[in-house]
Design a protein around this ligand. Structure first.
Ligand SMILES: [Zn+2]
Ligand SMILES: [Zn+2]
Length: 772
């Protein structure tokens, strides 16, 4: 309409849109907006985001700009729109410009997104050409982060590059009115990836249609490897004790719970208590595993799926393949990471055959490569708010906004367990996907390759590298090697960040706060500035620094790492501290000592002489001691197991609490042994272990409140930040938050990043930025 007007009545404006604007249908949105308003011009992707030029009557251009941020497509996240006036040149038509690689890569890549409702409708429609096609996707859904090799986000730079679009797909791809306009992973049965069902060790294809045959194998109790978005899963019938047991035995995973995939929220409600907040998390397009309280008496999930656990991790299908498999199978299925014990999830086809060959009876796989391994995320709802425990698929690589800026680019290397790294620049902190425990070559490779990939994707060359103080962590050594070695970062500035300071800084960053606060960092292990092992810490902290204001009175850890694997050693030490004259109450130390009588005297002697017995103020070790004392467990086979099981044992209705004395020096000392003495006395008096466990939890919550009250008096601070893996304990978290709030404290807890060591890298990054 504008072409007939004289140039003087037209304006032309250049527009730049930054944020998550690629791979989310932004160009088609701009196209239809502009053509709908009768504007001429163009729109395109480059490595800074989306650029456009629009030309037409001033009112139409203004309407365009108003609508641009307000009506953006669902997966888009517009961070900034800038405009520049141009000279109109009379362009009447609107076009989409081809992508070009630019000099800088400032664009954001979106996370993988669950199959949308439109695609699900087509998947189920026999008249649709993608009926039953396990790789259906569109601009609003499908794989993203896991298939992106580089930016700009365009098909040739994804793992879909090898699939040439058929004519019909190409027509949709190029039609601005189509839902698949510029949907990079779009495909169909004629041109896209194909499903295959391979036999044991990923060898020959099994006869029959892959999907139906796979569902049949599940029904017969077999273990199925399934290639998903970020790696291979292992699936079994969740109702079958034999199948779940076989999977445990073959995976060498003795007790750690498996996640279960169910068809929908209604199916989830048949197994677990699902409130509004949890239902929203389950059904969100991020599709995390949601930890939920189990329905009492619910059937359909074998005991071996989550042995002795009051919670169950559930997730809904997030790929078309999951939808189809689950619909055919017809009941809940275990879906757990495809790996052996503590190795990272398998994501390459050759690796899968080799490493999962001894576990899976068959492989439901396909020929779309996974570029980067990404585990399922794990969350729960706490007081109606999302609380992330593992931030990975569906969340990564979206940047987190925090209260500081990063004028100098930062790489933070994280800790060791539940490792993540963080790359940060300007207003963006990119916390990586969950890498796992950095203790084997495969995980370390994942870590180093992940850092390279993120650096390339987001064009970040760190000027500062932050790391833990623990000299033996592989992440610390990696940082030192970067600075000393032959890398492009030789000579880069290193910043060591104390572990518990990083925890509190992470909690502050998570809450877009900067302190100062009273920080309570309770976890298993963290290297202290005095060379001892910290882990039950009260800090006065802001982002730039901290002061150790209080902690548990240190105790020896006889045998070092052995004391972490064998909680009974901590029971021996704490009983010794509780009864220094050996005057145990009748019947005690009793059972725990009897069960370990062969090693008990030697371990105690080692602790008393402080031989191979590093000192620790760890809260995690105190939980271990009480767990062993109560007969919960003398040895663990996954990190934090004794504490997890102690929480499960505790009676949530019990209100009694043990008291721990606080010695008011600076830093103050909390007598953890007081709690152990009270627990031992109750046990001797035949109080039920479930009551003792609850009184212990309540006692820890009380001592946290007491410590914070003392620090409020000393420092005048009334905000408390809670961080560290111990706060994954819901019973403790509830008890602590209610006590602190009753005393008038504002309480900061984690939401976007985990309170466990998965959040450490973000904390290190903000500390490095604040300190610089
Ligand atoms: Zn879709
Ligand atoms: Zn096609």
């Amino acid at each position: 309409m504008g072409s007939g007007l004289p140039a003087g009545q037209r304006v032309r404006t250049a527009v730049r849109v930054e944020g998550i604007v690629q791979g989310v249908g932004f160009r088609p949105f701009v196209y239809s907006l502009a053509t709908g308003l009768g504007l001429g011009g163009l729109v395109g992707n480059d490595s800074d985001g989306v650029f456009a030029e629009v030309e037409g009557p001033p009112a139409a251009v203004e309407a365009f700009l108003r609508s641009l941020a307000r009506d953006a497509p669902p997966l888009a996240r517009v961070e900034r729109i800038t405009t520049t006036a141009m000279r109109p040149d009379g362009t009447a038509s609107f076009s989409i410009a081809p992508s070009e690689a630019g000099r800088q890569r400032r664009t954001l890549v979106s996370a993988d997104t669950a199959t949308c409702a439109d695609c699900l409708a087509e998947l189920a429609d026999p008249a649709d050409r993608r009926f039953g096609y396990p790789f259906i996707n569109c601009t609003n859904c499908g794989p993203r982060f896991t298939i992106v090799r580089d930016v700009p986000y365009d098909r040739p730079l994804t793992t879909m590059a090898g699939f040439a679009m058929c004519d019909r797909c190409a027509a949709e791809y190029h039609d601005p009115a189509d839902r698949r306009f510029h949907a990079q992973p779009t495909c169909c049965p004629a041109c896209g990836p194909r499903l295959a069902l391979l036999g044991p060790a990923g060898a020959a294809a099994l006869p029959g249609p892959p999907l139906e045959t796979a569902a049949d194998l599940l029904r017969r109790g077999q273990v199925l490897a399934v290639k998903g978005l970020g790696g291979y899963h292992l699936a079994v019938d969740a109702s079958s004790e034999e199948a779940a047991g076989a999977l445990r035995a073959r995976k060498h995973r003795e007790d750690k719970p498996f996640a279960v995939m169910v068809a929908d929220v209604a199916a989830a409600r048949r197994l677990c208590e699902v409130d509004e907040a949890a239902a929203a998390l389950l059904a969100s397009s991020r599709r995390p595993i949601v930890l939920l309280p189990r329905q009492s008496g619910a059937e359909g999930v074998a005991e071996a799926v989550a042995p002795g656990n009051r919670q169950l991790g559930l997730m809904l299908p997030y790929t078309p393949l999951h939808h189809l498999l689950l619909a055919d199978f017809g009941r809940p299925m275990v879906l757990t990471s495809g790996n052996v014990s503590d190795e990272p999830i398998v994501y390459r086809d050759g690796d899968a055959a080799q490493r999962l060959g001894g576990i899976a009876d068959a492989f439901l796989t396909h020929d779309r490569p996974i570029h980067i391994r990404t585990d399922d995320s794990v969350v729960r709802a706490f007081r109606g708010r999302e609380a992330g425990l593992r931030r990975s698929r569906g969340y990564v690589p979206e940047p987190l906004d925090v209260a500081v800026r990063f004028p100098r680019p930062v790489l933070a290397c994280g800790a060791e367990l539940k490792s993540t790294f963080c790359l940060a620049r300007e207003s963006h902190a990119f916390v990586s996907h969950h890498i796992g425990d950095l203790e084997n070559a495969e995980t370390l490779r994942s870590f180093t390759e992940g850092i390279e990939h993120f650096r390339r994707l987001f064009d970040i060359t760190p000027a500062v590298v932050a790391h833990d103080l623990h000299p033996e962590y592989l992440s610390t050594k990696y940082a030192a090697d970067l600075a000393d070695g032959v890398s492009d970062l030789a000579g880069v500035e290193l910043v060591g960040v104390q572990h518990h300071h990083a925890h509190i800084a992470s909690c502050l960053a998570d809450n877009r706060a900067s302190g100062p606060v009273i920080g309570v960092a309770f976890d298993g292990t963290g290297y202290g500035t005095d060379g001892t092992i910290w882990g039950g810490e009260f800090l006065i902290a802001d982002l730039a620094g901290f002061e150790r204001a209080g902690h548990f009175a240190p105790v020896p850890m006889p045998g070092g790492a052995a004391a972490i694997r064998q909680p009974w050693r901590m029971a021996a030490v704490y009983l010794d501290a509780a009864y220094p004259d050996g005057a145990y109450p009748e019947g005690h130390p009793g059972d725990v000592a009897r069960r370990n009588e062969r090693l008990w005297p030697g371990v105690l002697a080692m602790a008393r002489r402080q031989v191979n017995s590093p000192l620790t103020s760890s809260a995690g070790r105190l939980f271990d001691a009480v767990a062993a004392l109560l007969g919960v467990r003398d040895e663990i086979n996954y990190e934090g197991q004794a504490a997890v099981e102690l929480e499960q044992l505790a009676d949530p209705a019990e209100r009694g609490a043990y008291a721990a004395a606080i010695t008011p020096q600076q830093p103050f000392l909390v007598a953890g042994r007081d709690l152990v003495r009270a627990a031992a006395a109750d046990l001797a008096a035949r109080v039920a272990p479930s009551t003792v466990a609850a009184r212990f939890h309540n006692g820890v919550a009380d001592l946290i409140a007491d410590g914070c009250l003392l620090l409020r008096e000393r420092h005048g601070l009334s905000t408390v930040a809670l961080s560290g893996g111990v706060f994954q304990n819901l019973l403790l978290l509830h008890a602590t938050v209610s006590r602190l709030e009753a005393h008038g404290f504002a309480v900061l807890i984690h939401s976007r990043v985990p309170c466990n060591d998965g959040g450490i890298s973000l904390g290190q990054a903000v500390v490095a930025a604040a300190a610089g």
